[in-house]
Design a protein around this ligand. Structure first.
Ligand SMILES: C[S@@+](CC[C@H](N)C(=O)[O-])C[C@H]1O[C@@H](n2cnc3c(N)ncnc32)[C@H](O)[C@@H]1O
Length: 275
């Protein structure tokens, strides 16, 4: 853990002087080099599995590692489909939406795992990622959105919405606006699954001043980096998530660091029937 905090302190120093983007690029090249043999073996073993450009995968989850991209994507899709069956078994023609889908790690597996009458939608604010997804994953309807709401969808459109590690890269104001926007596009009784980085992150990667802010304000952000990118960081105290971010929803489940494959908090919430 001490090693992690040292890394955070170095990153924060680079962030302050505006050198974090350059350091990130160097890190990307290094990771690609490290993974080259494993990735070549993956391509040989899965010649027909379409892969996004490596820099888009790095942009989304730091590791342009195709084994992780495929296995974590499939595993997470299974987890989400399980939730859809558990919570929406009474609905037909289920409309599923991923906000901040990145280069399709999870969403690409959903059409094959859902019923044929169901429909799958995804959006992201990164035009390159949406261009790749639209071209390569034709069973899914993709759209672009901006860093700030609104989404290009009518009210009450979706039965199930989810986002994985998106609030973790937004400012407090923008996070609140997006929670309201997801609430708007969800049908009454619809389910929203999201992740935040909470108490596990408090224990492992916040420095002392940030810990104080986390306790007092409920949210800590690390900026001086483009908002929405993975090095713009937000950490959410669960109390803040309940009382501010998700105040319009009914909270059904929360597990600290409980989301599959990533050490982030898992939240499952519902739009109230009378909303
Ligand atoms: C950490 S990545 C996760 C990608 C994907 N959800 C996954 O789990 O594989 C965060 C994603 O959120 C997207 N993003 C950030 N801010 C956004 C916003 N305001 N609207 C939509 N997408 C956003 C980024 O472009 C990126 O694709």
């Amino acid at each position: 853990m001490a090693k992690k905090i040292v890394k955070v302190k170095i990153q924060n120093a680079l962030r302050k002087i505006g050198l974090l983007p350059a350091a990130e690029y160097a890190q990307y090249l290094l990771r690609r080099w490290d993974l080259r043999k494993k990735n070549l073996a993956f391509v040989k073993a899965h010649p027909s599995f379409k892969l996004p450009p490596a820099y888009l995968a790095y942009d989304a989850y730091s590791a342009p590692d195709w084994n992780f991209y495929k296995s974590s994507g499939e595993g997470t899709a299974d987890f989400l489909v399980g939730l859809i069956h558990r919570h929406l078994s009474d609905r037909k023609n289920v409309a599923v939406y991923e906000w901040g889908c990145g280069p399709g790690r999870v969403i690409r597996h959903l059409p094959a795992k859902l019923n044929t009458e169901d429909s799958v939608f995804g959006s992201d604010y990164n035009p390159e990622t949406i261009a790749w997804c639209s071209k390569n994953l034709p069973e899914i309807q993709f759209s672009m959105n901006k860093l700030n709401p609104p989404l290009p969808y009518e009210d009450n459109k979706f039965d199930f919405a989810y986002c994985i590690s998106v609030f973790t890269h937004l400012s407090a104001e923008n996070g609140l606006m997006w929670a309201r926007e997801i609430h708007r596009v969800l049908r009454p009784g619809g389910v929203f699954v999201l992740t935040t980085a909470g108490d596990f992150s408090f224990e492992t990667d916040l420095v002392d001043e940030e810990k104080t802010e986390y306790k007092e304000k409920g949210i800590v952000t690390r900026g001086n980096f483009e908002e929405g990118k993975k090095m713009f960081l937000a950490r959410h105290n669960p109390k803040y998530v309940r009382e501010a971010l998700l105040k319009d929803f009914e909270i059904l489940e929360h597990k600290t660091a409980g989301f599959p494959f990533i050490l982030q908090d898992y939240w499952l919430v519902k739009k109230r029937i009378d909303s």
